[in-house]
Design a protein around this ligand. Structure first.
Ligand code: ADP
Length: 491
């Protein structure tokens, strides 16, 4: 019987399951969107139960449609939205609170207070991160402080905290494993990048009891055996956060190789090699993966709102029916005609790290139409990605990209124009799923080495820059002028 690999790709806006044959060619996929909750300005929540149901639904659908039985599955891989925190009861397995999503800003004041206490330099040295609400630690602190159910469960030693990888593994293994993958753990503000273990002083700083946290495992570990119907006995063998999985999927195995992903947010990661070196200002240091006992680090620039600005046009302003319609709408104009959109809905990440920045649209005139908003929104994704490239210093020769919004040709051409570099779009937008399928294939021994993965043929579509330097400068200067006005707005 030919063996297959199934990758579970639990993203910020949808859950996907992707089926691969033993040579890692994609056979089929199933996908479901799930609900985004915005209960207060700056808050973003998910229902952990719905996340599981949507993920489980796509998995069943995929297996049924393709007649896949458990015996044929060599391994499961899991890739997931990072930093989002789930709190659940170890005995009942029930979530105790809404999941706090990575974009959520509710802990901005707490992070600011820690900065005022002078905690930032030490935290950054140990974790590679900054004191920003983005990461999981302050979200756990918030749940313990503000949610009586979570507090009570902690007191009664029933509380389990986890990022989405932990939650899915817990559900798949029927509560047998409370574990997390090392790259995911490196996004919590609680793990020391050098020891790859939870750090006592960081746990104290965030008030998180050690017993509530999962055990940290390497990316290619045996994460446990599924017990859910139809998958009994299948082992979970590769786990990575979505951005790490994408870096792996692009086969950025060498130090210096990099990729940018256009999903809900945009994330530029560069392989930083086996010895941890502190990243440049504004960038993050993180674990890329631990494979065969060896850890690879990465440096990262993060944009909080990328493709999500298009979702805002669709669901918030309702000026689009489908995300892909943004392309034709924006293409109706020769350029942005002076309209700029800074989508700082969730503050700004690299290079500003300002949780109190807020969104703005500027340059409106009596002639402004929906087309201007669509154009300015798409351009904002490219401008923010340009700022990520700048944060890395040195010239970037070409940009490997993927993610839902990379299907937008106008955006990709504008990205090439505004950065003055070639943009290489992976033909398959599921590089994230492919990356974790590769990890799982290595983990279970279906593929012998990373070297073998380099032989996989990935098709690319290349966009070449065509904008004059003077024009580029004019547009970028105006973008930065707009960004300045969005900073510190909610302070
Ligand atoms: P995630 O994994 O973060 O959920 P995906 O990689 O699935 O994200 O990408 C989804 C995002 O891409 C959504 O925010 C959506 O608005 C955006 N998107 C999808 N298709 C397009 C398109 N053709 N043009 C612009 N944005 C798009």
């Amino acid at each position: 019987m030919e063996k297959v690999i199934i990758a579970l790709d639990q993203g910020t806006t949808s859950s996907r399951s992707v089926l691969y044959d033993s040579r890692l060619h994609k056979i089929d996929q199933a996908q479901r969107e799930f609900t985004q909750y915005f209960p207060q300005p700056g808050w973003v929540e998910h229902d952990a139960g719905e996340i599981w149901e949507s993920q489980w639904g796509t998995l069943r659908e995929l297996m049924e449609r393709n007649g896949v039985k458990a015996e044929a599955v060599a391994a499961l891989g899991i890739t997931n939205q990072r930093e989002t925190v789930v709190a659940w009861d170890k005995f009942t397995g029930k979530p105790l609170a809404p999941a706090i999503v990575w974009q959520d800003r509710r802990t901005a004041a707490f992070c600011r207070a820690l900065q005022r206490k002078g905690a930032e330099a030490g935290v950054r040295r140990k974790t590679g991160l900054v004191l920003d609400p983005y990461f999981s630690g302050s979200k756990m602190h918030w749940l313990l402080k503000h949610n009586p159910d979570v507090r009570k469960a902690a007191a009664e030693k029933r509380l389990a905290f986890g990022t989405i990888d932990s939650w899915l593994i817990w559900k798949l293994t029927g509560g047998n494993r409370h574990v997390t993958e090392v790259g995911n753990a490196s996004r919590t503000l609680l793990m020391d990048l050098k020891t790859l273990a939870w750090d006592k002083s960081l746990l104290k700083l965030f008030g998180v009891p050690a017993g509530t946290l999962p055990q940290i495992l390497p990316s290619d570990a045996d994460f446990g055996e599924a017990v859910v119907p139809g998958l009994e006995g299948v082992r979970i063998h590769g786990v990575a956060g979505d951005q790490q999985a994408s870096l792996f999927g692009h086969r950025c195995f060498k130090a210096g190789s990099l990729k940018n992903t256009y999903g809900t947010g945009c994330f530029l990661l560069r392989n930083a090699g086996a010895a941890y070196a502190a990243p440049r200002k504004g960038l993050l240091g993180t674990v890329a993966w631990t494979l065969k006992g060896k850890t690879t680090y990465a440096h990262e620039g993060a944009v909080m709102i990328g493709g999500a600005v298009v979702q805002f046009l669709r669901d918030g302003l309702k000026i689009l029916d489908r995300a892909e319609d943004s392309e034709a709408m924006a293409a109706a104009l020769p350029d942005n005609e002076g309209v700029y959109f800074v989508p700082a809905f969730a503050g700004l990440g690299t290079p500003h790290w300002d949780p109190n920045a807020r969104g703005l649209i500027i340059g409106l005139t009596r002639g402004t139409t929906r087309a201007h908003l669509a154009r300015a929104a798409l351009e904002s994704i490219a401008f923010q990605s340009l700022d990520l490239c700048h944060a890395f210093g040195g010239a970037i020769k070409s940009l490997n990209v993927d993610g839902g919004a990379s299907a937008n040709r106008l955006l990709m051409q504008f990205q090439a124009d505004i950065t003055g570099t070639e943009v290489r779009v992976n033909d398959s937008p599921e590089v994230t799923a492919l990356g974790v399928a590769m990890l799982a294939a290595l983990g279970c021994g279906l593929v012998a080495s990373q070297q073998d993965l380099l032989k996989l043929d990935l098709r690319l579509h290349i966009f070449k820059p065509a904008m004059a330097a003077a024009r580029r400068k004019l547009l970028v200067d105006r973008w930065h002028k707009a960004v300045k006005r969005s900073l510190a707005w909610a302070e």
